[in-house]
Design a protein around this ligand. Structure first.
Ligand SMILES: Nc1ncnc2c1ncn2[C@@H]1O[C@H](COP(=O)(O)OP(=O)(O)OP(=O)(O)O)[C@@H](O)[C@H]1O
Ligand SMILES: [Mg+2]
Length: 235
């Protein structure tokens, strides 16, 4: 598998039909993403960014077109293999942190491992290691309400990485944060990419932030890919 075609999105179309109205959320989108790249996705509200991300993460199925990840066509996976793909290949974070309020930071991070048959001791060890990687080693016992927004997003990042995915998908991860905290979070994603060997796809309407950290910028408009611009070459 050549490094440049790690993620291959081919002529992806998604049509939503709610009642009599059809919305073409994505139209013939073709994007190629190399292993280890940090790709920013931008575009106005309603341009299809989240639709693209949900298809890539296997949360939804396309109306037509296909996606290949690391040599496997996602649409051809069985239900079981798709669940495993979502658990072990993809990590996702969102604008809202979606943490469990009654759980500590450590328990939130360890939570996905409950479904992956990992013994308790190992769950705690791995969650602690990830909390350390996101700079929250001193906050393990804090509940979400006892953490700042930036810290909550760090917990969400740690949780997304606890199953050691190869791809991190981030949909407006800084949407609820001030500009200084936003920059810190994206800087952290940038650093984690190298440390954890990740490929990152991050949606944001803050183009300046993407330009500062991403290797490539994909621009969507009305569900079509306007451009895929290379900002930085391979190191
Ligand atoms: N489940 C759905 N059913 C019907 N239409 C939908 C659904 N999800 C999204 N859409 C429509 O598809 C289009 C693309 O939506 P999408 O959420 O991908 O946009 P977006 O670029 O992520 O926007 P934003 O920046 O506001 O998050 C929009 O016109 C939206 O109304
Ligand atoms: Mg969106």
């Amino acid at each position: 598998m050549d490094a440049d075609g790690f993620i291959q999105i081919e002529e992806l179309t998604k049509v939503y039909s709610s009642g009599p109205v059809e919305v073409v959320a994505l139209r013939d989108a073709t994007v190629s993403i190399g292993r280890g790249r940090f790709v920013g996705v931008t575009g106005t509200s309603g341009s299809g960014k989240s639709t693209l991300m949900n298809l890539l993460g296997g949360l939804d199925t396309p109306s037509s077109g296909r996606i290949r990840v690391d040599g496997r066509w996602i649409s051809e996976l069985s239900k079981t293999d798709l669940a495993l793909f979502r658990r072990h290949t993809i990590g996702m974070i969102f604008q809202s942190f979606n943490l469990i309020p009654s759980y500590s930071a450590l328990e939130n991070v360890a939570f996905p491992l409950l479904f992956a048959d990992v013994p308790r001791k190992e769950r705690v060890r791995r969650a602690a290691e990830l909390l350390c990687a996101v700079g929250l080693e001193g906050r393990s016992d804090h509940r979400p309400s006892e953490l700042s927004g930036g810290e909550q997003q760090r917990v969400a990042v740690a949780r997304a990485l606890v199953n050691r995915p190869t791809i991190l998908l981030a949909d407006e991860p800084t949407g609820n944060l001030d500009s200084r905290t936003s920059r810190q979070i994206v800087q952290m994603l940038y650093d984690l990419r190298a440390e954890q060997g990740l490929t990152i796809v991050m949606i944001s309407h803050e183009e300046a932030l993407l330009r500062e950290f991403a290797d490539e910028l994909v621009r969507l408009q009305d569900g079509t890919v306007l451009s895929q611009e290379t900002l930085r070459g391979r190191p």
